[in-house]
Ligand binder design. Structure first.
Ligand code: NAG
Ligand code: NAG
Length: 478
């Protein structure tokens, strides 16, 4: 079905339905409409691809942890409404349910086709007296769709078209029973009875998995500053190798104001080349930018310690080495106080392999005076500098550690010591930012950015890649 052609643009549309009747015109019209619809749709701030690895793990662990097949087996002997007894067998029991083997296959535009192969033994007393045993190998198949629950807005798995395929049947019968007759009887009876017995297990497994989406819509706090909530942009889509869930995260300040995610210039796209069946979470640079806006105010820093990192103590004398006028104004050294104010929201950018945090603001240096007297402003500079970001995941939060990448501009806004060349301060300010400012920022960033809480995902094992405009977490299972 040409799954590779423009899957991004056609998400949610089913062009092949128009084939046959309509001819080219209709299709062109349809594709144009699709294009328009896609453009008006909000760009997702994050997206999740669920491949067979995670789906397999989810279904397998739901089967194991819920003990659903065993429970169904235990129920088999009991009389329940709507459940037909197996003719000719009394005292029915199901035992020795074998560890199920699960195979999954994605059907584009539909869902994931699931086959659970298992075996079990049915015991009972035959109508002619004597114990009988039926050893069955069977496949339970169904198609699981990933939809969006209307009430909660959360993703939800639903199964359709459950069938039970009898792969083989062996019987141990009392010698008085003619096997041919019995086998035929059993075969037709089991075909009717097994689906009612086993298909509810498939639904029960999905109920179990669906519960693991519940925390997705709970806002996760980012320190005291605000919270992040992952909301679905649209109904998840299904391709030939994964489910795709698009998120429009809601980033909110503590007092309730939402921070608008900037329009992404181009569509968020996951690069090719991840292993078949693997799963990824992609976080856009615009999402990280919105999250850091929560911290903007704390990025304003006053530094007044005498010694800073690796730097010698900072006084007007240090400054005089770069601006001789300072020595004239302050013949006796005074301690320096520095104020950094970030006056534009911090912005995260990403190019393959490299991510930067852009900071715009002012840097003002003061000479401290004796107690109770306000420090005197020496000069104020407008500045733009970049920090290089390194990402990691710790305790299921995205962690950032920064280091100074480049000081991009310095321009004088005011000065009480007369005109001077700002360029001459580049070295001093660069050291200053690296030693005094970056450690404060790194401390603040330790709050970590919340990742979507879904399917008990352990993000700590993920491998991180910086791609165009996004960070990819290649998800790994324990
Ligand atoms: C049952 O499932 C197994 C494993 O998926 C598969 O190899 C086999 O062909 C299936 N049998 C039938 C009869 O569908
Ligand atoms: C949801 O979050 C709560 C509190 O952190 C936790 O106890 C619970 O296990 C979570 N539920 C799921 C389904 O992950």
């Amino acid at each position: 079905m040409g799954g590779s052609q423009g899957s991004q643009g056609l998400v949610g549309c089913t062009p092949f339905r128009l084939r046959g009747s309509g001819g080219t015109m209709l299709r062109i019209l349809f594709l144009t409409l699709c294009g328009l619809l896609t453009r008006t749709r909000a760009d997702p701030g994050a997206l999740l691809r669920l491949g067979t690895d995670i789906m397999n793990h989810e279904v397998q662990s739901a089967l194991d942890e819920s003990h659903i097949l065993e429970k169904m087996a235990a129920e088999a002997g009991k009389k329940r409404p709507g459940m037909k007894p197996i003719k000719g067998i009394t005292n029915l029991k199901v035992k020795d349910v074998q560890l199920p083997v699960i195979t999954l296959n994605f059907i584009p535009g539909v869902g994931i086709f699931q086959c659970v192969s298992t075996g079990m033994t049915i015991t009972g007393k035959s109508f002619m007296g004597g114990n009988m045993e039926i050893i069955l190998v069977l496949n339970i198949t169904a198609t699981n769709r990933l939809l969006q629950d209307e009430a909660s807005g959360l993703p939800v798995f639903k199964s359709e078209g459950c069938e039970v395929i009898l792969v083989s049947m062996k019987t141990k019968l009392p010698s008085s029973m003619p096997p041919k007759v019995v086998n035929k009887l059993l075969d037709s009876t089991l075909r009717k009875v097994l689906p009612t017995l086993l298909c509810p297990a498939i639904d029960a497994v999905l109920v179990y998995v669906n519960r693991k989406w519940a925390n997705l819509s709970v806002p996760t706090p980012m320190g005291q500053m605000g919270s992040v909530k992952y909301v679905l942009t649209s109904v998840p889509t299904t391709t030939a190798s994964y489910f795709q869930v698009d998120f429009s995260p809601v980033v909110q300040l503590q007092e309730g104001t939402a921070i608008q995610l900037a329009e992404a210039g181009e569509a968020l796209e996951l690069p090719e080349g991840y292993a078949e069946g693997s799963s990824q979470l992609l976080l856009s640079a615009t999402l990280l930018t919105a999250e850091l806006a929560l911290l903007q105010k704390s990025f304003n820093v006053n530094v007044q310690d005498k010694t800073i990192g690796e730097l010698p103590s900072q006084t007007t004398e240090t400054l005089a080495g770069f601006i001789p006028e300072v020595a004239e104004a302050y013949p006796k050294p005074k301690p320096l106080v520095t104020q950094i104010r970030i006056n534009k929201p911090p912005r995260v950018t990403m190019k393959t392999g490299k991510s930067l945090l852009h900071l715009h603001g002012t840097l003002e240096m003061f000479a401290a005076r004796r107690r109770h007297k306000a420090p005197v402003s020496l000069f104020r500079l407008e500045t733009h500098f970049n920090l290089k970001i390194q990402y990691s995941v710790h305790e299921n939060r995205l962690q950032m550690a920064t280091s100074l990448d480049r000081l991009l501009s310095l321009s004088r806004v005011s000065s009480s010591i007369g005109a001077f060349r700002e360029k001459g301060l580049t070295g001093l300010i660069t050291d200053y930012l690296q030693e005094a400012y970056v450690p404060v920022i790194n401390d603040l960033l330790q709050v970590g950015l919340p990742l979507p809480d879904l399917l008990d995902m352990n993000y700590n094992l993920a491998e991180l890649d910086i791609v165009e405009n996004a960070l990819v977490l290649d998800l790994k299972l324990d």
